[in-house]
Design a protein around this ligand. Structure first.
Ligand code: HEC
Length: 165
């Protein structure tokens, strides 16, 4: 192999190296790239459709875009809050048109990014819920006061949920 490498001219080298790379890959996890994180389909959909604003780990920094990490689950203790999270414009009007895919992304957002803020009783979103709620996007000048009231009512309900502080 060493001799082959030393002797080869450029096009042949490329072939030899490609074959070597293939041989190495055959022993590794399929599609694994050393040093790179393997994202699930749902995670990569989140990264491309939501992560630009909310941060790839749900941390949006000091902007007007709300933090999702360890926060977003505080809305999930009421039905009103569950529907609020789907009706916000970034979700309801997302280019993710498939309801099941959007439900999967929202479940990743709540269960993984939401961390301890998400109540243990959280029921994963279904495609049917997403379908119904995204048809009624939230908007309007009083959005922030609506958000505050939805959050307040959900936090009050969370306080009565077993396992939540
Ligand atoms: C263009 C930037 C942008 C994109 C893309 C975006 N969002 Fe948002 N998101 C916002 C902003 C800004 C808000 C605050 C409400 C508003 O003003 O629309 C928000 C609110 C939210 C909320 C409610 C959180 C709270 O504390 O009120 C959730 C949940 C959410 N987004 C999830 C997502 C998901 C999931 C996606 C991808 C499908 C997404 N967003 C795409 C900017 C964005």
């Amino acid at each position: 192999m060493r001799m082959a490498l030393l002797r080869c001219v450029l096009p042949a080298c490329v072939t030899v190296l490609a074959l070597m790379a293939g041989a190495v890959r055959a022993h590794a996890v399929p599609d694994a790239v050393p040093g790179a994180t393997a994202l699930s389909h749902t995670q990569s959909v989140y990264v491309s459709h939501c992560g630009g604003c909310h941060g790839i780990e749900g941390i949006s920094g000091p902007t007007f875009v709300p933090m999702l990490r360890n926060t977003v689950g505080s809305f999930a203790c009421t039905e009103e809050g569950r529907s609020y999270l789907v009706r916000v414009p970034g979700v309801s009007m997302s280019l993710i048109r498939d309801d099941q895919t959007l439900a999967d992304v929202m479940n990743f957002v709540l269960i993984t990014l939401g961390g301890a803020s998400t109540p243990p009783s959280f029921r994963p979103y279904t495609a049917a819920e997403v379908h119904t709620w995204r048809a009624h996007p939230l908007s309007g000048p009083d959005f922030m006061s609506l958000r505050a009231h939805v959050l307040e009512r959900s936090l009050a309900a969370c306080a009565h949920t077993p396992g939540k502080g």
